[in-house]
Design a protein around this ligand. Structure first.
Ligand code: IMP
Ligand code: MG
Length: 173
C-alpha cells in the first residue's frame, strides 16, 4: 500500500522558521544555560536543528512516552516509557515536541516535569493543531500552526514511517 504525501512546508521554510524561533529562545535565555528535553521519537529532528542554532549553552536529555491508541489518534492514557537520564532540578528546561494535537501529552509532561522543581519550564513545538485541543495547553514557542490534517516528515511518522522526510507533508492514507 502506498500513501500520497502533499508538501505543506518545504525544508527551506522549516529551516527559516527554526532560525527565528532559535533567536527568540537565545534572546530569552541570555546569560543562562538551557536544558533541552526532547520527546522521542518525533521531536528528535527538530531538537537537533533547534539546538544547533541556539547561542546560549545547551545541554540535552531525552524521554519517551507511550500513549495507547492507533496510528493517527492518541488516547488519553499516557505513561513514561523512557525516563530522563539527568535530574532537572534547578535547571531552565525547554520541552521540545514535534506536534501538539489534543494537548494531552504536553499536559501530562509539563505537570510531571514541574513536579521535579526546574528553575523554569517552557514548551516548544514544531507544529500545533489548535482545532484538535481537548485540554488547555499552549506552547511558548510554535513554529507553525496547521489545520486538522495528519502530517509526516521532519520526525513525524505514520505507522513509524516517513520520519526522515526533510520536509513536512500531509498524508492521505
Ligand atoms: P497529543 O497528546 O494528542 O497532543 O498528541 C501528541 C502526539 O501525537 C505527538 O507527539 C505525535 O506523536 C502524535 N501526532 C499527533 N498528530 C500527528 C500528526 O499529524 N502526525 C504524526 N503524529 C501526530
Ligand atoms: Mg510525539
Amino acid at each position: 500500500m502506498s500513501e500520497k504525501i502533499q508538501m505543506l512546508f518545504s525544508e527551506k521554510e522549516v529551516d527559516r522558521r527554526i532560525n527565528q524561533i532559535a533567536s527568540e529562545i537565545s534572546e530569552k535565555y541570555q546569560g543562562k544555560e538551557l536544558h533541552l528535553v526532547c520527546v522521542l521519537k518525533g521531536g528528535v529532528f527538530f531538537m537537533c536543528e533547534l539546538a544547533k542554532r541556539i547561542s546560549v549553552p545547551v545541554t540535552m536529555d531525552f524521554m519517551a512516552l507511550s500513549s495507547y491508541g492507533n496510528s493517527t489518534e492518541s488516547s488519553g492514557y499516557i505513561t513514561m516509557k523512557k525516563e530522563l537520564d539527568e535530574s532537572i532540578e534547578g535547571k531552565h528546561v525547554l520541552i521540545v515536541e514535534d506536534i501538539v494535537d489534543s494537548g494531552r501529552t504536553l499536559k501530562y509532561l509539563s505537570a510531571e516535569l514541574n513536579r521535579r522543581n526546574p528553575a523554569s519550564l517552557e514548551l516548544c513545538t514544531l507544529l500545533d493543531k489548535p482545532e484538535r485541543r481537548v485540554t488547555e495547553i499552549k506552547a511558548d514557542y510554535t513554529c507553525f500552526e496547521i489545520p486538522d490534517k495528519f502530517v509526516v516528515g521532519y520526525g513525524l511518522d505514520y505507522a513509524q514511517k516517513y520520519r526522515n522526510l526533510p520536509y513536512i507533508g500531509i498524508i492521505e492514507p
